[in-house]
Each structure stands twice: as C-alpha cells, then as structure tokens.
Write a protein that binds this ligand. Structure first.
Ligand SMILES: [Zn+2]
Length: 209
C-alpha cells in the first residue's frame, strides 16, 4: 500500500496525503446558508418576492438551504461516494482551498482504508446525507447561488398574488410546494420548481435544475 501511495503522490490531482485528516470536524467548515440574502443577483430579489407573497398569503415557508459553498459540495460528494459506492478514499481528487487528507494511517503508519472509511462515514452522518440515492452534486444551482430548498404548506385555500398582481386561488392539493397551481405562481416570479428527472421535492431554482 505504501508503494501505491507513492505512486499516487506522483500525480498531482489525486491522493492528497497531507493536510488535516477527514472526519466529523469538517462538517462545520464551509457552512451552507439558508438565507435568501445569500442568493445571487436578480434571482435573490425574485425569490424574496415569491417567499414574501407566500408568507403574506398565510403559507408557512421553511427554508433549509440556499447557497452551498463549492467546498462543502466537494466534502459531501466524496464522503458520500466513499461510504455509499465503496470508493477508495485514497483516490479522491484534491480541491484547491480544502486541505483535507482522506487517507488515514494505522498505528504502523500504513494507509488504512478501514479507518479512512470510518472517518468519511462520520462526515456523511454529519451532513445528514446517508439517505440520498445519488451523490450530492459538485456543482449545482446551490453552489452558484441559484437554488433554494424550502418546505411550503398551508391550510384551506391559498389566495396568493402572482408576480403581475393577479390573485390566484389555489384550491387543489397537495397543499405543499408540489402543487401545480403554486408552481405556476412561482414561475411568474422566475422561481422554478425542480422539473428534471427524479424527485427533489423541496428544490426550486432559476431554471428548474
Ligand atoms: Zn436543492
């Protein structure tokens, strides 16, 4: 294994063997935001207008994520692959500005895949991504400042103005962000419900991805 590490060290893109060891402490670094203020440019204003309209109409909006630093996405992506797809921790590529060492050593100073996986698992649990069916994306609308995860709910009929000031009476179900009528209201503001393959129930963005 030592020979293998030497070999990998000779490449400059993978197999960092210096820096701070991986583990749960990394979960508190490069923190993500749940504030609309951390969204980018015009999309921030559109998202604020949509959420304000929702709340004024009586909906309960709980925002869990907006901007996610690319460094955090990197930590989530690779720890997930190590734990859920059996990726060898020593093969994780480096990211500039993230001085993490994914390769733990045993008491004799040899690379320990087992200890390395244990440390990655602590990160996956800290990020609370053990239930995901795919690896968190390295680049997404969140890392660019154009994505929001939010839980939306209301009781009865939701009467909400669209971006043009027309009141829309939302009578159908579900009374959540998955409601088709609400989706159209969001579109009028330029806030688009996730519309690609699979499900991402809380996710809205500038372009539906
Ligand atoms: Zn999202």
């Amino acid at each position: 294994m030592q020979a293998r590490l030497q070999e990998i060290r000779s490449h400059d893109r993978v197999g960092r063997t210096t820096g701070e060891l991986s583990g749960a402490r990394w979960v508190d670094r490069f923190r993500g935001s749940s504030s609309l203020k951390d969204l980018r440019g015009a999309f921030r204003d559109r998202a604020e207008a949509f959420v304000e309209a929702l709340r004024a109409a009586g909906a309960v909006v709980t925002i869990s994520a907006t901007f996610r630093p690319p460094q955090r996405a990197y930590l989530m992506h690779w720890s997930w692959l190590i734990v859920k797809r059996n990726l060898d921790p020593v093969t994780v590529p480096e990211m500039n500005g993230v001085e993490i060492n994914w390769a733990h050593e045993d008491a004799e100073g040899n690379y320990s895949r087992q200890l390395s996986v244990i440390a990655a698992r602590a990160m996956v649990e800290g990020f609370n991504i053990q239930g995901l069916g795919v690896a968190p994306a390295l680049r997404s609308r969140h890392t660019l400042g154009f994505g929001i995860d939010m839980n939306i709910r209301w009781n009865g009929v939701l009467a909400i103005p669209d971006a043009y000031g027309n009141i829309v009476q939302i009578t159908g179900t579900p009374r959540t962000g998955m409601n088709v009528q609400l989706r159209r209201v969001g579109e009028s503001f330029g806030v688009i419900k996730y519309n690609r393959a699979g499900r991402d129930d809380p996710h809205w963005s500038d372009n539906g991805t």
